[in-house]
Design a protein around this ligand. Structure first.
Ligand SMILES: Nc1ncnc2c1ncn2[C@@H]1O[C@H](COP(=O)(O)OP(=O)(O)OP(=O)(O)O)[C@@H](O)[C@H]1O
Length: 296
């Protein structure tokens, strides 16, 4: 049984959850330090962009937030709960493992797939996602393009009405219009339902109007975070380079990070060890199923 105490207000399952990190540090089983001393607060119904160079720690953080990995006590609170120990209702984490699920490459129809993830229970959401993501219900999954497959996967992942959505860059295969429609759908979700989104992405096109908050990570630390208004992007639109002002801000961050870190081949990072599934470390090594907190 959890020893954490919660106020009634904090665990109201009908409200969008806030996210609080307090001195969150995380070390991989291989003793590689993944995250160090993260503290931040994201309010209910916020849409946060998680920004950082490859290896900055974005996936590590999202997995901790989703409850797939055990964080030290009292370092993560989502709507007043510890995601690993308490288990969270309504968390959708869409990342690499989900994308790699082999079922979406077999000779199976889209209707069947959507039904298997609850499409019949949420017909309105299913119809909306099919429209937003421009899905043909007659597609068979072994005979679609990568982008079409990704659109079906997104619909599958989003049909159940989540309270917190953790998106680890999975929109890379979408064409510009599909991505724009998809982002507009997510924005509407936070405006019309009780839900909160954290989205790790490297693609900033057409995102200037989307986030309510930014979090900048580098080398497992949060370098800055806060409301989008606090980042002095000036007028929304395009900067001198033709990039969006958000794009220019982030490019500046990443250049500074690289200058501070130096080139990777000096051995200052351990890029390449992510996503191992066996041996030391490896995502999934301590998943919540083993701890009896989840059945899926
Ligand atoms: N299982 C593991 N064992 C040891 N180190 C790991 C493990 N998984 C990831 N790392 C290291 O932790 C750091 C952060 O990895 P993470 O996957 O969180 O980065 P990221 O910001 O999501 O990167 P990207 O943008 O490339 O997806 C990297 O240096 C990575 O090599």
């Amino acid at each position: 049984m959890s020893t954490t105490t919660h106020t009634t207000e904090e665990i109201d399952q009908t409200k969008a959850p806030s996210i609080h990190l307090t001195n969150l540090s995380y070390t991989f089983p291989s003793t590689h330090s993944g995250l160090s001393n993260l503290t931040l607060s994201l309010p209910p119904k916020s849409r946060t962009l998680l920004i950082g160079a490859n290896g900055a720690g974005k996936t590590t953080l999202l997995r901790l937030l989703s409850g797939k990995r055990l964080a030290p006590s009292n370092t993560i609170s989502i709507g007043g709960l510890d995601p690993f120990k308490d288990g969270l209702e309504g968390v959708t984490y869409l990342g690499l493992e989900w994308v790699l699920n082999p079922i979406v490459r077999t000779d199976i129809g889209v209707k069947e797939l959507l039904k298997s993830v609850g499409g019949d229970h949420y017909p309105d959401r299913k119809d909306e996602l099919v429209r937003v993501l421009d899905i043909d219900l007659d597609w068979r999954m072994h005979a679609v393009s990568d982008g079409e497959r990704r659109r079906v996967q997104l619909a599958m992942g989003l049909i159940r009405p989540w309270r917190i959505l953790l998106l680890d860059e999975i929109t890379v295969d979408l064409d510009l219009l599909s991505r724009s429609n998809f982002l507009a759908f997510l924005k509407k979700e936070t405006e019309t339902r009780e839900c909160t989104i954290v989205y790790a992405t490297h693609i900033l096109d057409n995102l200037a109007e989307w986030p309510t908050h930014l979090v900048h990570m580098s080398l497992g630390k949060v370098k800055e975070w806060g409301e989008i208004e606090g980042f002095e992007l000036g007028e929304k639109g395009y900067g001198k380079t033709g990039n969006s002002r958000l794009g220019e801000l982030v490019l500046g961050w990443l250049k500074d990070d690289l200058r501070e870190r130096g080139p990777r081949n000096k051995g200052t990072t351990s890029e390449g060890t992510a996503y191992l599934t066996g041996g030391l470390g490896g995502y999934g090594a301590e998943d919540a199923i083993k701890a009896g907190k989840r059945t899926f």
